[in-house]
Design a protein around this ligand. Structure first.
Ligand code: GLN
Ligand code: ZN
Length: 750
């Protein structure tokens, strides 16, 4: 510690979008990956984006500028590199960083999974007993120096040691490497102090979920140890995405100087309880002597609370009354308060000003990253006694519709009779490659330089291409390929009332992939059929069954920005009713199989166990409300993609879909251990579509053999992990060819 620790800045944000206001990073990455530009050119784009961000934040009046929040792919992967946790097999790759992120032809990438309850995906670090940690501080140092050269002092942001290990492949078991990892973090603190850095931010979002006593002990050990480093910056531990709960007193008892609380999701009760509990060594509860000021003693004395009162997850303007209320409570309990966002602004778009098409009334209610920074600055300057209102309680549960379909056995028999599929039927998840031509056509349509009719012709031709490809490859259940969809959620949002879509509201999903979450701002209803004519067209081209393809209500809501004035559950039920109408219309058009995707079912699962059962109950009920109008002979498929589906398998079973396709390949077939009791059709993905790597037939065959050890052959489906829209036709044809060949080999066996 320097002799006098500089005060924590009055205003800051925990992180900022990094993909670029016009997705500059996406373009630079893809150009580099395709060999069209050099690593130097990529790094130049990165440097430009960082510079732009710091300048903008400073212009807006923000005092505490973060650095090292930029990433070429993922900040968890950056942390693995920082700690030297690069598995041996990637070290000889031409570019080990991107080999870990995306794989190479000879090497599968590291696993990727969702970051807490967001739609951001991180790369899962591998930390084994053999991992040799060695600090490589090049990236944070380079960012600090770049900013300094521009005249800005910054606070490097790094994933904290406990969260890093908990998020790694072995989860809590990896805490056996805590002391070794702490050596690296301690060294990092020394390096940053030598560089003249005043504060460092260690993100510990893992602490907002339920943690065991052993894990909390690890938190204590970590921050005692880092606090004891002689020459170090001030330690700011941030805990976004929820309430610190029992981890707050643990953290408060360590020497960390600042604690970041997500006060949008919770935090106030714990803070009040902690302050009321008196000092950590059991001093008199709530006792305060005159002249000592608020929180003059107790575990929070001398600490800064970085109050996350501006939501990093929603796009609505901050209600000044609510923020003022939270700030007032925090000020009552601690000596020093800084204003911040609840989490990194990574999850919101850059700027409302880039949305000229939105109606003024809606625009006036919105705040994206830039507007949120301005709000933080304003709140930091506001007088501490504004009008303050406590948050309102939420409403009562919505009614649940009972399932109307027959039992599975009856449905399965009716469907077998109607569909006459072979053993181990092959299918895909829905999307086929979105060609550049198609995207350009959509842009031209939006710009008014292409007619609706010409665009529709193109979509029809693309559907035909997908159908012909699948017929040629020998798939059993075909898809139309989703060429008319810019995105599986946005497309539906554009065709439902109650949603608005943005022009530039991109949010990073993983690596170079971004989505433009629609804004759900009013009551949802379906003005008319959405997908029926495309499904009809596709089915008219082939005798093979073609699946109708819909996005489920939970996913539509999870991947949208939602209104804050209704409980989430009620919003999801409104969407479920709209999907139900679409299912009815598809069925009436003769579509024999309807897939209702719910890839986000797991994503909305509350981080703490206390809320999980209640959530799953209404989420499953919403799905059934959407699908239970289908006749027994109509086969309902669902698709979920994430590697830890085993955790919610009972809920997935509860969806009562006839066939469930699920990610499996990238998680090393881990799901197979858990699916034995699954009572209906199941298609654990046989290859990873996130990577350009093409699987071999032997590999597929091997995976299918593994699958058949866990499940009866009559219930196994053969499909990729997820949709194919990010791949090329060349890759898709090779991969699906291998997939069909693998399935046929097994079918041919007695
Ligand atoms: N049907 C969608 C597709 O294939 C599903 C995508 C997803 O699960 N994320 O693209
Ligand atoms: Zn998927």
């Amino acid at each position: 510690m320097p002799a006098v620790q500089p005060a924590f800045p009055r205003s800051t944000v925990l992180g900022y979008p990094r993909i670029g206001p016009r997705r500059e990073l996406k373009r630079a990455l893809e150009s580099y990956w395709e060999g069209r530009s050099s690593r130097q050119e990529l790094d130049r784009v990165g440097a430009g984006l960082r510079e732009r961000t710091w300048r903008r934040l400073a212009e807006l009046g923000l005092e505490g500028l973060p650095s090292n929040t930029f990433s070429l792919y993922d900040h968890v992967l950056d942390t693995a590199v920082l700690l030297g946790a690069v598995p041996e097999r990637y070290r000889r790759a031409e570019d080990p960083y991107f080999a870990m992120a995306r794989g190479t032809q000879g090497l599968a990438p590291l696993r990727m999974t969702k970051w807490f309850d967001t739609n951001y995906h991180y790369i899962v670090p591998e930390v084994g007993p053999e991992t040799v940690f060695a600090l490589d501080a090049a990236k944070p140092l380079a960012e600090v120096r770049q900013a300094r050269a521009l005249g800005f002092e910054t606070r490097p942001v790094v994933v904290g040691p406990v969260t890093f290990l908990l998020l790694s492949e072995r989860g809590a078991a990896a805490l056996d490497r805590l002391d070794d990892v702490l050596d690296c973090y301690a060294e990092l603190l020394g390096v940053l102090a030598a560089e003249g850095v005043a504060w460092v931010q260690l993100d510990e979002p893992a602490l907002v979920a339920d943690r065991t006593a052993g894990e909390l002990a690890a938190v204590r050990r970590a921050y005692e140890r880092l606090g004891a480093v002689a020459e170090r910056p001030g330690l700011f531990v941030a805990a976004p995405y929820g309430d610190l709960g029992e981890a707050l007193p643990v953290l408060a008892a360590t020497p960390v100087e600042a604690i970041g609380l997500d006060l949008v999701r919770g935090g106030l009760d714990g803070l009040a309880a902690l302050a009321g509990a008196g000092s950590a060594d059991g001093g008199p509860a709530g006792e305060r002597s005159a002249g000592e000021g608020p929180a003059g003693r107790g575990p929070l004395a001398g600490k800064t609370v970085v109050a996350g009162v501006v939501s990093g997850r929603e796009v609505w303007r901050t209600e000044p009354g609510r923020a003022a209320y939270a700030l007032r409570v925090v000020r009552e309990h601690t000596g020093d308060v800084a204003v911040s966002t609840s989490c990194s602004l990574l999850h919101v778009p850059y700027d409302v000003a880039a949305e000229p098409d939105l109606v003024p009334e809606l625009r006036a209610r919105l705040a994206f990253a830039e507007q949120k920074v301005a709000e933080v600055v304003e709140l930091a300057h506001a007088a501490p006694s504004g009008p303050a209102v406590a948050p309102e309680p939420v409403g009562a549960p919505a009614p649940v519709a009972a399932g109307e379909r027959g039992p599975y056995e009856v449905r399965a028999a009716a469907q077998a009779e109607r569909l006459r599929l072979p053993l181990l039927p092959t299918t895909t998840i829905g999307s086929f490659p979105q060609t550049g031509e198609l995207r350009a056509a959509r842009a031209a349509l939006a710009a008014g330089t292409l007619t609706e009719a010409a665009y529709e012709d193109l979509v029809r031709a693309e559907i035909e291409r997908a159908i012909r490809t699948q017929e040629r490859l020998g798939l059993d259940v075909l898809v139309h390929g989703e060429p008319e969809r810019n995105d599986m959620v946005q497309y539906f949002a554009e065709h439902l009332d109650g949603f608005a879509v943005t022009r530039n509201g991109w949010v990073q999903s993983y690596g170079s992939r971004c989505t433009r979450p629609p804004i759900l701002h009013g009551d949802v209803s379906r003005p008319g059929p959405i997908t029926v004519r495309w499904a009809r067209h596709a089915q008219s081209l082939t005798d093979k069954p073609v699946k109708g393809m819909l996005t489920g209500p939970v996913t539509i809501v999870a991947w949208s920005f939602v209104r804050a004035d209704l409980p989430l559950r009620d919003v999801v039920f409104q969407v479920a009713d709209a999907v139900r109408e679409e299912v009815r219309d598809l069925e009436a058009a003769g579509v024999p199989i309807i897939q209702v995707d719910e890839p986000a079912l797991r994503e909305l699962l509350p981080l703490r166990r206390a809320g999980q059962a209640g959530y799953l109950e209404w989420a499953v009920a919403a799905y059934r409300r959407a699908t239970s109008g289908a006749a027994d002979g109509t086969q309902i498929h669902t698709h979920l993609c994430y590697s830890d589906a085993d955790q919610i398998l009972a809920a997935i079973d509860g969806l009562d879909a006839d066939v469930t396709t699920i990610e499996s390949a990238r998680s090393g077939g881990r799901i197979l251990g858990a699916v034995g009791g699954f009572g209906r059709g199941l298609g654990p993905g046989v290859y990873d579509i996130h990577s350009p790597r093409v699987p071999g037939t032997d590999e597929i065959e091997e995976l299918l053999r593994e699958t058949l050890k866990a499940l009866p052959a009559g219930r196994v489906w053969v499909n990729p992990d997820c949709g194919l829209k990010t791949r090329t036709y060349e890759q898709v044809e090779a991969a699906l060819g291998a997939m069909v060949a693998g399935a046929r080999r097994l079918r041919a066996e007695p």
